[in-house]
Design a protein around this ligand. Structure first.
Ligand code: NI
Length: 184
């Protein structure tokens, strides 16, 4: 096992479309999953995609803590070749951060209700429905496989803030006109 180096915005590896994985249970993929798991735990993030650790394959890893999800915690999930479809047209703004975009947080519109599927570490089909923060995390991580960062989804960069300014940012939003996007 090893801690992997995380690529930050500007590194071309984050801007290349990742390749589908034919054998999730191959030796190389088993090792990659282990290393990504260790790297994610060390970084205290909620999710990680393989391109973020300089590996251009369609693999994401995430878990959703119970306090951040109305439908309870989602256990650690390994997903190869994920496919997402919206189950409703509704989108909502919510805060996101990314290990590849350190120190920043942004308000990002995402579908609020999705279905997703992919293969787990043993190559078995995983198929789920997700709402709210769970749905947000899956969309964020899957975007990495298509060379997208959350900032690319933001309608304007006025919704981007440094973490240490978040309290000021929220206060500023409360003082401005209604219609500002709400956080979840
Ligand atoms: Ni990210």
């Amino acid at each position: 096992m090893a801690l992997l180096k995380i690529a930050c915005m500007g590194n071309p590896v984050l801007r290349r479309k990742a390749a589908a994985v034919a054998e999730p249970d191959s030796e190389a993929m088993v090792r990659l999953v282990q290393d990504m798991r260790e790297t994610l735990a060390d970084s205290r993030g909620v999710g990680l995609a393989a391109p973020q650790v300089h590996n251009g394959v369609r693999l994401i890893l995430f878990s959703v803590p119970g306090e951040r999800n109305t439908e309870g915690a989602v256990p650690e999930t390994v997903l190869f070749n994920p496919v997402i479809e919206p189950l409703a047209e509704e989108t909502a703004f919510g805060w996101e951060g990314c290990l590849s975009v350190p120190r920043l947080r942004g308000l990002v519109p995402r579908w609020t209700h999705i279905g997703y599927r992919g293969l787990d570490a043993s190559g078995r089909l995983v198929e789920r429905e997700a709402r709210g923060f769970h749905a947000r995390v899956v969309q964020h991580e899957a975007d990495h496989l298509d060379a997208m960062l959350y900032v690319d989804r933001m309608p304007h960069l006025g919704l981007l803030t440094f973490e240490e300014e978040m309290h000021n940012f929220r206060q500023g939003m409360n003082e401005t006109a209604a219609g500002a996007p709400s956080s979840d």
